[in-house]
Design a binder for this molecule. Structure first.
Ligand code: NAP
Length: 558
């Protein structure tokens, strides 16, 4: 089917487009490319931002940086872009990732099929002809056969309901919805709430400029050095020459990423040993090497840090020692030592976080010990009655992860059922890609997929490709609808939970299980068996004629 006939097909069926895609992050762009450029479909992408980039568009807070090596954090859709684009640092900063995205959009001529500055309000399935109607907040509607939700697993900011926030007389920001205009910390008293990945990154920028910087910490997260640096001479050229082979190699790992850009870089951790099987001296040496090398070398240093509580405890002990060495105030250092098992919350890469607590202008406030009670016009008041008077509050309080971008839209499936109600007791999907009762609606990076536990660009491309191939199969065979059987979906959810139960991930609260949002049902949101197993499972399902799905051609048009 060429592009024109794709459009003709939609029109002949009384539809506006074959496929509507919600979101122009990497997932949406991958879907657009596959469907439009490789399969000839008519596609409209709807994007709330004024440019592509998804989470990198909204998370433009100072200090925002990727924690996957930049040479591995790129789309594979254009060999030309692979060769022309140059990364400058081992871990790219947000502005560079956004520039890369724009470069890709221009090269691939994506913008003409993206409706920017447009937020989707609702999507409704029409059982009479198996079509979807997508309605924007501006009231425009589009009818399509297939709907792809690519709105992002970590894109809906979580702003806790702090009493009195509206009364605050200073500036308030959320890291996940940072303004485009420059925000200056200079000469200001700033309180930041939250010390996850976003909080740790922005803290290092606030501390440079604020006259007073209060870091309100509820939980000490695990933070390991990124050891960011300019890309080594020759490294980028070598990767460019071998992109195909290296991508295959990275994709054979559980996280679809390696801590090294090149296999020829020094391999400094064994990776395949248990931390429990080595002597204390060897353990120290391996941890030291990994810590100094930076990035996720520490995470990969042994094979059981994320599996056994004993192993995780040894990692904790090592990290505690390093914190106590860096932070000179013993009381602050003790508070910064993580108490939960290593890996229960997402491990963070930093550059200079712990040492900011040696600066006179920075003060660590333990809001587990003395919780935030309210926000007053002047600042933040804690339960003990202490008032931290500030000019600015920065909320680095995370996201309604994996489900927020879907449940904030009104998505009506079969019989008018609303997705957010269907998921009230916890989200359920099959493969993280489709939901029973919502035929023809695909999700990239949905709950129970492996997306946010892997190199998310790679995971997005894999899911987008699977979804597009599925659409191609359905059209070729005259089907107008597909949805998972209830049994396939409940079996998948059970499988995902069983896998998670065998790991450290479930041994403490985190956004992985929805525990960061008050009232959100606790259910494990990610597939933990790794990218290769996930991909193989998805491919097996497709090869078996979409096993676990019901395909319908009863209402086929033309
Ligand atoms: P997060 O990890 O969920 O951290 C949110 C922080 O806010 C936590 O410290 C949390 O404390 C605190 N918090 C939430 N509600 C609070 C309340 N009512 N009172 C006091 N503290 C409160 O969110 P995030 O830092 O935005 O990161 C989310 C995910 O996005 C990361 O895990 C990562 O996957 C991704 N991310 C990646 C990068 C990168 O690539 N480098 C950068 C940013 C984000 P508790 O821990 O006690 O709940």
């Amino acid at each position: 089917m060429d592009r024109a006939s794709g459009k003709a097909k939609a029109e002949s069926q009384g539809l506006d487009f074959d496929v509507v895609v919600v979101g122009a992050g990497f997932a949406g762009l991958a879907t657009l490319h596959r469907l439009r450029d490789q399969m000839g479909y008519s596609v409209r992408v709807i994007e709330a931002g004024s440019a592509a980039g998804g989470t990198w568009y909204w998370n433009r807070y100072p200090g925002a940086r990727c924690d996957v090596e930049s040479l591995q954090y790129s789309m594979s859709i254009s060999p030309e872009v692979d060769q022309e684009w140059n990364w400058t640092e081992r871990f790219a900063a947000q502005p560079e990732i956004l520039e890369y995205t724009q470069f890709l959009v221009d090269k691939m001529d994506f913008a003409k099929d993206i409706e920017f500055n447009t937020r989707v309000a609702s999507a409704a399935f029409d059982e009479s002809d198996n079509s979807w109607t997508v309605t924007t907040q501006g009231g425009d509607s589009l009818r399509c056969r297939w709907l792809v939700m690519a709105a992002g697993p970590l894109s809906t900011p979580n702003l806790p309901d702090f009493p009195g926030l509206d009364s605050f007389e200073g500036e308030v920001y959320h890291t996940g919805a940072w303004p485009k205009e420059e925000v200056s910390f200079k000469g200001k008293r700033v309180a930041q709430i939250g010390t996850g990945s976003s909080g740790v990154q922005i803290a290092q920028e606030i501390a440079k400029h604020a006259t007073k910087h209060y870091v309100l910490q509820r939980t000490a997260h695990h933070i390991i050095p990124a050891a960011n640096r300019p890309i080594n001479p020759g490294e980028q050229e070598e990767v460019k020459k071998r992109y195909r082979e290296l991508r295959d190699m990275w994709q054979a790992t559980p996280g679809a990423t390696s801590y090294q850009s090149l296999p020829s870089n020094p391999s400094i951790v064994p990776g395949d040993k248990s931390v429990l099987e080595v002597s204390p001296e060897e353990r120290r040496e391996i941890f030291d090497n990994a810590w100094n090398y930076g990035g996720y070398a520490f995470h990969r240093s042994f094979n059981d840090l994320l599996k056994s509580t004993e192993a995780s405890t040894l990692a904790n002990e090592y990290i505690a020692e390093r914190i106590l060495e860096i932070v000179s105030d013993p009381a602050a250092a003790e508070k910064l030592v993580p108490k939960q098992f290593y890996g229960t919350k997402r491990v963070i890469l930093d550059t200079n976080y712990y040492s900011i607590f040696n600066q006179e202008n920075v003060e660590l406030i333990d809001v587990r010990e003395d919780p935030i009670e309210r926000i007053t016009p002047a600042g933040i008041q804690t339960a003990s009655g202490k008032l931290y008077e500030v000019d600015m509050i920065v909320c680095a309080t995370g996201f309604d992860a994996m489900t927020g971008s879907l449940t904030r839209m009104d998505i009506h499936g079969r019989g008018g059922a609303v997705l957010r109600d269907v998921w009230k007791g916890g989200p359920e999907s099959y493969l993280g890609i489709m939901v029973t009762g919502f035929p023809g609606m695909f999700i990239v990076g949905g709950p129970q997929s492996c997306s946010a536990l892997a190199n998310v660009i790679v995971a997005n491309e894999q899911q987008a490709e699977w979804i597009c191939d599925c659409i191609g199969y359905l059209d070729k065979n005259g089907y107008t609808s597909i949805e998972p059987t209830s049994k396939a979906q409940s079996d998948w959810v059970e499988h995902v939970n069983e896998l998670a139960d065998g790991t450290i991930y479930t041994k403490g609260p985190s956004w992985y299980s929805g525990a960061n949002i008050e009232g959100k049902p606790r259910t494990f949101l990610l597939y933990v068996a790794g990218y290769p197993t996930y991909t193989k499972t998805c491919n097996d399902v497709a090869e078996k004629g979409y096993e676990g799905f019901e395909l319908d051609r009863a209402k086929a048009v033309n």
